[in-house]
Design a protein around this ligand. Structure first.
Ligand SMILES: [Zn+2]
Length: 83
């Protein structure tokens, strides 16, 4: 039996992967086995790779979308006087 208990991060309590390939493989496994899509990111606390349910890039994308969506929008409550 090969059952290894992975180390966990002290900061996030997530499983630590020493390289990105390992983390990506684990993410792939969970997608196939459980249908859960996971993203891989590098932890600043331990310097290892973790898996997350949220896409870390999605946040940045929505922010830039919001900024570039209505560049010409004006103040609310602005009413041009009709006369
Ligand atoms: Zn960590």
């Amino acid at each position: 039996m090969h059952y290894f208990t992975p180390r966990r991060c002290e900061s996030s309590n997530k499983i630590m992967y020493h390289d990105k390939v390992q983390a990506l493989r684990a993410a792939e496994d969970s997608r196939i086995e459980r249908g859960t899509e996971l993203w891989v990111y590098r932890c600043e606390f331990c310097g290892c790779w973790h898996l997350t349910h949220r896409d870390p890039q999605l946040h940045l994308q929505t922010q830039s979308f919001r900024g570039g969506r209505k560049p010409t929008s004006r103040k609310k409550g602005y009413k041009p006087r009709q006369r």
